[in-house]
Design a protein around this ligand. Structure first.
Ligand SMILES: [Zn+2]
Length: 307
């Protein structure tokens, strides 16, 4: 397949192609690797913030090209993935690359998003997310910003120099690079889109769980609410949960950021292996929980206590 055919298949514009060409010409690709069967190609592409994005291209058995990149620009295909394709079709050398034997684990590229579950309440979205760790963004100058999930489920930008926090991405300084700022903005736009989807998914899951009085085994509950997506973890920390095990008295608890579980009096709780966990219903609770959350500065994602 020629690059023009691939570009046509992917629906990329000539402008996108031109930006990808500049990347290749400026030598911003590194670590180009391919599998021996020629179905998988990957490389690292210089990003705006001294980091390298991981970009890959895979040929499917039906001869389609699937591109992936963790830049989060939201553009499909992004210029990094296109640059990888250009490097490929222009005969740049690719070193051998082998998947680990179990086909998992060694590959750090983002997994393709899992299809949305037909029953989101039963199987909430657990795909890994850019929100799971603070993102570092800069405009090519001295300062950089740490982008993180704030308590109110919006993004928060912390200036590395002043420590000042912002609700929106601050403006470019005179000594910074406008093109890098553009890239940073696109990256943030992608992140905000992901955040909106993640908040909606978590809200739907939790509201349904509360309304339908769903419960989970400890084994099913933990990976979703205690170690799941950044948004779901934070949402779960603002809710009161109840564990019921056999004939034992039901125990209301909340989750802390470090993954521990505590009762209203602050004592740690270890979930019995056979426990079923559910959201506490409003009638099961007294008002003290509200104070606990308010004191901790926690903003609940759904209205559990005041319902
Ligand atoms: Zn990219």
């Amino acid at each position: 397949m020629t690059i023009q055919e691939i570009i046509q298949q992917l629906g990329a514009s000539q402008e996108q192609l031109q930006r990808a060409r500049s990347i290749v010409e400026r030598g911003e690709l590194r670590n180009l690797r391919r599998t021996s069967d020629g179905t998988f190609f990957c490389g690292e592409c210089k990003g705006p913030n001294k980091l390298f994005y991981l970009t890959s291209a895979r040929k499917t058995p039906d001869k389609r090209i699937v591109l992936q990149c963790n830049c989060g620009s939201g553009e499909s295909p992004c210029k990094h993935a296109l640059a990888l394709l250009l490097a490929l079709t222009s005969g740049r050398p690719f070193a051998p690359f082998a998947f680990p034997d179990d086909n998992r684990g060694g590959l750090v590229l983002a997994e393709p998003p899992k299809p949305a579950s037909a029953k989101p309440a039963a199987k909430p979205d657990q795909t890994s997310s850019m929100l799971d760790k603070p993102l570092r963004i800069d405009f090519g100058g001295e300062r950089w910003f740490a982008v993180e999930l704030a308590q109110d489920f919006s993004l928060r930008y912390t200036d590395s120099e002043s420590g000042k926090q912002y609700k929106t991405l601050p403006k470019l300084h005179a000594d910074e690079d406008a093109e890098q700022a553009e890239d940073a903005k696109k990256q943030i736009a992608g992140l905000r889109k992901e955040l909106r989807a993640s908040v909606k998914s978590a809200t739907d899951t939790l509201e349904t769980a509360l309304k339908e009085r769903q419960d989970w085994s400890v084994q099913d509950w933990q990976p979703v609410f205690l170690t799941g997506t950044a948004v779901m973890r934070q949402a779960a920390q603002g809710l009161v949960w109840v564990a019921r095990a056999g004939a034992q008295k039901a125990q209301a608890f909340r989750c802390l950021e470090d993954g521990s579980l505590v009762l209203l009096d602050g004592k740690q709780l270890t979930l019995p292996k056979n426990a079923r966990v559910s959201l506490a219903q409003p009638e099961e609770l007294d008002g003290q929980w509200e104070q606990v959350f308010a004191q901790a500065g926690i903003v609940p994602l759904i209205n559990q206590l005041g319902a």
